[in-house]
Write a protein that binds this ligand. Structure first.
Ligand code: NA7
Length: 547
């Protein structure tokens, strides 16, 4: 503990050693980590329960795109034996129940304040403490702040006039707790990202009519969800150590074995068979269990892209609709690949219409529906599935001030940057989980590694009497290798297709790669290397002049 902080704490100025913002997957794991290191921790949470992303995104069809047995924590072996996942891809309700169970099991709720929004966090250079202010006007002083604010906290709502609309309008991430009844209703869904693609097949079954507004078609993989049997669950539980080893070694943090196959070494006649097997296996297995060079070799990616387009053409009966659903301006993986639950099949229903927003843009809400370039369309319910100011939005919308009063919004004016997704120069003792340039992978294992690393940094700083701070150079160096890793893939074309992981989905947002695409295992190794170097912290005394 630094002298100033010690003095402040002795004077009773520290309310708690660490404030964690958010009680989702990251916040709960972080609380566990810090508590186990003897750091007193309080979570401030906007929602009225734990869950984070899984609390807010309760729209029909919301479920994970990662398999349940790896979309969870590994730190508590008894928990993984005790919890029974019901399906391959669990629903929002099931994931939220799981997180509630974790919070209860580890007696976390007593240190979580629900229903409070953090409005500001300010670092004081004299006391070297943070002051966090909430929507209720309450302030807390702490030595550390961890923003476990998730990647999808700030919704993108690009249309004006919703207040004039006489029907029901919902953004997917502010869905009412009570189910919405679509029976006999004329419904619109705007947006066909991972969210819209989950909503559309379910709403189509209830609504009188469903109009889908699509701007960029996606490569939608069939999820092929199934209920887990006791046999399957028990096999996973018996084998959990190996499952976590697979996750540790797989580039995207999934429990898949390496296939050790590249397209160039595979007989042309067999390539379709390989892709067919991946397509049949469901989920992300099409990407990760077919060809290892699918995301790095243009020819291989072209093959995989055309294979999906041909599937769309085979499934969707109306040729015009099928062509509209075929992505052509980006490679498979150039935008986050969504999983569909009979998504393409839904367009064979008589009550479903696809509108190409490029030819007929949505302009605004009206009293009766939507004004598009072609005229007004009337609806009873409009669902806005237009995504998020992802990764950085939750922090740039919060008044976070570091050294010299600089806001993080200002620091990130040219695009969000951090050291390994966790630390930003000029913001001492401040951490992010799943921040910019962290791995693009199944989130829970990434969260676990990051929470543990942050815990180690804090312990180190407490022991050495240091501030946890990195230099601008360290951040720049990490960004450079992140860019290099991304450039070695074929995914750069996602920029033309408004990919959110490039910041390209929000008008005016700086385009910058927001994820490490160098593989989760390499990232975990680099975390260990940084630890051996003393976490790449600057000397607290010279921190103010670094950069
Ligand atoms: P996404 O993936 O950002 O998808 C948003 C969708 O909304 C996408 O199809 C957009 O088209 C569309 N969109 C955005 N703005 C407009 C306007 N102005 N007009 C028409 N259509 C628009 O968000 P999701 O919520 O689906 O998924 C976010 C992540 O959550 C997901 O990847 C998972 O990690 C979980 P575009 O593609 O930009 O042309």
């Amino acid at each position: 503990m630094t002298n100033a902080a010690q003095a402040a704490e002795q004077k009773g100025e520290v309310d708690v050693e660490a404030i964690v913002i958010g009680a989702g997957f990251s916040g709960l794991r972080c609380m566990h980590e810090l508590r186990s290191r003897g750091i007193s921790t309080k979570i401030l949470e906007k929602g009225t329960d734990v869950g984070g992303t899984w609390y807010w995104n309760r729209y029909p069809g919301a479920r994970t795109d990662s398999e349940s047995w790896v979309y969870c924590y590994s730190f508590d072996k008894d928990l993984q034996q005790e919890w029974d996942w019901k399906e391959r891809f669990p629903t929002q309700a099931e994931v939220q129940a799981y997180l509630g169970h974790v919070a209860d099991r580890h007696d976390m709720r007593k240190d979580i304040e629900f229903g409070v929004m953090v409005e500001a966090a300010k670092f004081d250079e004299d006391s070297q403490l943070w002051t966090v202010t909430t929507s209720t006007g309450q302030t807390y002083t702490s030595r550390y702040v961890v923003a476990a604010t998730g990647q999808l906290g700030i919704q993108h709502f690009p249309f004006a006039g919703v207040e004039n609309f006489q029907g029901q309008a919902y953004h997917s991430s502010s869905w009412p707790k009570e189910p919405v009844d679509f029976t006999g209703k004329r419904v619109a869904v705007i947006g066909t990202g991972a969210t819209g693609i989950q909503i559309i097949p379910l709403v189509a079954q209830e609504a009188e009519s469903l109009t889908v507004f699509q701007r960029t078609p996606n490569y939608v993989m069939p999820a092929r969800n199934f209920a887990l049997t006791d046999t399957h669950r028990n096999a996973i539980k018996r084998d959990y150590d190996r499952v976590w080893e697979q996750v540790r070694d797989q580039p995207f943090g999934m429990a898949f074995d390496p296939v050790n196959r590249i397209s160039g070494d595979t007989e042309p006649a067999s390539r379709d068979q390989v892709l067919q097997a991946g397509w049949e296996a469901g989920g992300f297995r099409y990407i990760f269990e077919t060809f290892d060079d699918l995301l790095t070799d243009q020819e291989c990616n072209d093959l995989a892209s055309e294979f999906v387009r041909n599937k769309i053409r085979a499934i969707v009966k109306d040729p015009k609709t099928a062509e509209l659903l075929c992505p052509t301006n980006h490679p498979v993986g150039g935008k986050r690949v969504p999983l569909g639950h009979f998504y393409y099949e839904t367009f064979n229903r008589d009550n479903v219409t696809l509108v190409d927003v490029n030819a007929n843009p949505v302009e605004r809400f009206t009293e009766k529906g939507l004004k598009t370039a072609d005229g007004e369309l009337e609806f009873d319910v409009i669902i806005i599935a237009t995504g998020f100011d992802a990764v950085s939005g939750a922090l740039t919308h919060m008044n976070v001030r570091g050294r010299d009063g600089q806001t993080i919004e200002n620091r990130w004016a040219d695009g969000a940057e951090s050291f390994m997704g966790m630390m930003v120069d000029g913001f001492p003792n401040f951490f992010t989980i799943l921040g910019p340039q962290g791995p693009f992978a199944n989130n829970p294992p990434v969260i676990e590694h990051q929470a543990e690393w942050i815990g180690k940094v804090i312990t180190h700083c407490e022991q050495e009497g240091k501030l946890a701070e990195v230099s601008r150079q360290t951040v720049n160096d990490w960004f450079r290798v992140t860019q290099e890793a991304f450039d070695s893939t074929v995914l750069g074309k996602g920029e033309e297709a408004n990919s959110w992981y490039l910041g390209a989905n929000i008008p005016g947002k700086a385009h910058k790669i927001l994820y490490w695409f160098g593989g989760a295992p390499a990232y975990f190794d680099l975390l260990e290397e940084a630890e051996r170097r003393g976490f790449d912290l600057v000397d607290a005394r010279s921190a103010a002049t670094v950069g």
